[in-house]
Design a protein around this ligand. Sequence first.
Ligand code: PEP
Ligand code: MN
Length: 372
Amino acid sequence: MILILKPHIKPDSRQYQQLTEHLARLQNIELRIHQEKGVEQTLTEIYLIGNTAALSIEDMRSLPGVENVVRVSEEYRVLGRHKDDNRAAFFDYQGVRFGQDTLNIFAGLCAVDSPGNVEKMMRALRDNGQVCTRMGAYKPRTSPYSFQGHGKNCLPFVFELAGKYEIKVIAMEITHESHLNEIREALEKTGNPTGVMLQIGTRNTQNFELLKSVGRQQEFPVLLKRGFGITLDESLNAAEYLASEGNRKVVFGLRGMKTSIGDPHRNFVDFAHVPVVKRLTRMPVCIDPSHSVGMRSRGSEGILDIMHVTAQGVIAGANMILVDFHPEPTKALVDGPQALLLKELSQFLEDVKIVRAAYEQRVLRFQNVLSE
Ligand code: PEP
Ligand code: MN
């Protein structure tokens, strides 16, 4: 059960003290307090964990300082959607809104190689009105002999160039908790010219210790990729690890499933799950067409498979697109075969726009079904 407090209730107030003293006397109930620091106000939620079946919603709602009470009926206690649950399905970061009704595009380099390529990429993004990108510094590779990413050494030039080209958010995978501090330090040293969305890759979806340390900070939002060989429920529980530790600025990323049934694509595209995740949870949903498809093949009409699956995700309501580009894919150090060319960026964005408009029309057409 979740008690959502009135926005003005502060932890040092008389009402708050009375409330928590009362709750502490409940038998077999443990309290967990979550504070959500927004731009204008801090919202406090008190989670009652344990034998809450005997508690009445009305009694709880009448307690001092309580605005609303949600009985958690399903799993995903923090991120899930529950009955009468009108908590937000969005968050703001660096002036950019990430929600279940917005769409943000993160085109960029799978792996940072040279400052020249980072600059070419970011210039193309700025020229096309984009404020987000992807830049991999820490790369999890199948072979220990493959390029592992430039790590912390590339962070200063990546962040400085982001500032120069007005990039507000960079999606960047981390594979170890120490990377968090490296990113924090590099941002400070360069004067915080941009923001970072921490990415947990598909190989680390169930690295619970990494999830806990990323969940314990609220400074950076997180993009959690779905595990490529586990159930959707297991991946959603991984997201819940982040939120239960305190960070609920989480975007859930679909990136295809590892199975030979997906051949010849790199992974079996799972974008049919966009509406499923939006129904089960309050997380915005990202699609990664590059790691799903993994190749630059085209359909018989001339459209790249990567653009086709992007369209499939967008028409199903995706809220974020993570997509690989490279100025010279044949020279890319990681995942060159799936990178789109800079000259394809405007075409890609235009295609997304067309499909997003179609999605919005579909939403309007079906809106009355929900209110019937
Ligand atoms: C990536 O986005 O660069 C990546 C490694 O993705 P995934 O974890 O989905 O394989
Ligand atoms: Mn990659």
